[in-house]
Design a protein. Structure first.
Length: 475
């Protein structure tokens, strides 16, 4: 057996006799298992609830009696954001963005009923998910287990004995890293089993589940290397513990909290009130379809009459009010899309600023990777909102088209003859969300994975320096 394996085996033996280490690891494994089960059960019940509500509102839309099509435009419809199967592992931004959209004519609404707004403020400090446990608590356990791995040897004098017996410093460091890596693998095991279960029980892409395992494996390996490296750097275990706790507090707690605030200050988003005022101003500039003297819509009327070769709207083969509604919706929808895209681009720019802090705190890169693979990042939320908006536009325009084709201009002005059959509503409002292909999510995880690998390389270099420094003790 090589010296590295013997050192690792001795480290495992010492850890197995340490009641604090064994108890801490047991509690972490139990907490990860409980977090996996509760997150999965919550995800399952939430998805079932949204599916049930979606079926209910679809049925209520189709059950409407004979109506004027424009009344159906204002009756509107609800769509609910489906949950990604891997959201049980990492909820990401789902708790903050809302999951219900009300679709209606002439306006684009934002998603409502975010879990954070419906729950206590404690939810803002992190949900109990496997991702939270591995990101925040697992490194803390590794610190308490491994902070004395090399400092203890220096304090007791056994390090000098090992070096005098011809054991290379690199073998000592490698053995300690191997022991810490085994502890990290044990901490990762419940999450790995949970991801395997999700992959078997749901249609979740196995490639994305594998990315999650690899990402969190890199994260824990980074901590294993850093803990051993700093333990080798300090002469006393107490000093190494204090330094590692400071690193954990800064990199896992402080920087991830501070970075979004700094990004928001550097590139502030307009408030909802400011956006509503700007939208109202631009809507007024587009023109008023209800005003016959409005320049834009007066020109539109002339264009339609010339297109059909008539002089009055009453002589048109289609209902002019329906055409007017279609043109007005086209203009307003383009305006809403422009403002929505601008808002999402500003948020993406803020995230890019936050990403710069990943060089100080690798947990930021890990979270980006984790949310992208779990389908719970901002890009997936944007995908839902954009698909819902396209669905809203098609729905409203189809109702406007029914008004133009199924009602004459004269009957449209009558209170008795301005309705069409209920069969026209059937299947019209069905919304089918299309998730992003796995390759797209994998591409978004690549930059974050690169940052984690660079952190791993930097800490490997730190270990090499630490081993070289230990070699001087013998002399």
């Amino acid at each position: 057996m090589s010296a590295m394996l013997r050192i690792a085996r001795e480290e495992w033996r010492l850890l197995s006799r340490d009641r604090v280490a064994v108890l801490g690891l047991t509690l972490l494994l139990l907490l990860t298992a409980v977090a996996s089960f509760t997150a999965w059960e919550q995800r399952r019940s939430t998805d079932a609830q949204r599916t049930r509500h979606q079926a209910q509102v679809d049925h209520e839309f189709e059950a409407q009696p004979e109506r004027h099509p424009h009344r159906m435009v204002h009756y509107g419809h609800f769509v609910f954001r489906p949950l990604n199967p891997l959201a049980a592992f990492d909820a990401g931004v789902d708790a903050y963005t809302g999951h219900t959209l009300f679709l209606e004519g002439h306006r684009q609404n934002s998603a409502n009923f975010g879990d954070v707004r419906q729950s206590s403020l404690l939810l803002r400090f992190g949900q109990l998910t496997p991702a939270f446990v591995l990101q925040v608590l697992a490194p803390l356990l590794l610190i308490f287990v491994g902070h004395a791995s090399l400092a203890r040897e220096r304090e007791s004098g056994t390090l000098r004995v090992l070096l005098a017996q011809g054991v290379a410093p690199g073998q000592i460091v490698a053995g300690k890293v191997l022991a810490m890596s085994a502890v990290a693998a044990a901490a990762l095991l419940p999450a790995l089993l949970a991801l395997l279960w999700i992959g078997v029980a749901t249609p979740a892409p196995l490639g994305l589940a594998a990315v999650l395992v690899a990402g969190y494996g890199l994260w824990l390996l980074i901590w294993a290397l850093g803990i051993v490296g700093l333990s080798a750097w300090f002469g006393r275990a107490r000093d190494a513990l204090v330094a590692l706790l400071a690193v954990w507090a800064i990199s896992v707690v402080l920087v991830p909290r501070l970075a979004p605030e700094l990004a928001a200050s550097a590139m502030a988003l307009p408030t909802r009130f400011e956006t509503d005022i700007a939208v109202a101003r631009d809507l007024a500039a587009l023109g008023d379809s209800h005003n016959p003297n409005d320049p834009y819509f007066a020109g539109f009327k002339k264009k339609v009459l010339a297109q059909y070769g008539v002089s009055r709207v009453e002589d048109l083969p289609v209902n002019y009010k329906g055409l007017l509604g279609m043109e007005g919706e086209r203009l307003t929808s383009a305006l809403f899309v422009r403002y929505a895209n601008d808002g999402f681009e500003r948020q993406a720019a803020q995230l890019r600023l936050v990403d710069n802090f990943a060089w100080l705190s690798p947990v930021i890169a890990l979270r980006r990777l984790s949310m992208a693979a779990a389908g719970t990042d901002l890009q997936n939320y944007r995908r839902f909102v954009e698909q819902a908006e396209r669905h809203r536009y098609r729905l409203v325009q189809e109702l406007n088209r029914l008004q133009a084709e199924k009602l004459s201009f004269a009957s449209d002005r009558s209170s008795r003859d301005n309705r069409i059959g209920a069969e026209h509503w059937h299947g019209m409002a069905d919304f089918h969300y299309e998730a992003a292909p796995p390759i797209e999510a994998l591409q978004r995880t690549a930059p974050a994975a690169g940052v984690l690998l660079l952190w791993l390389a930097a800490l490997t270099a730190l270990l090499v320096l630490a081993a070289h420094r230990l070699g001087r003790i013998k002399r």
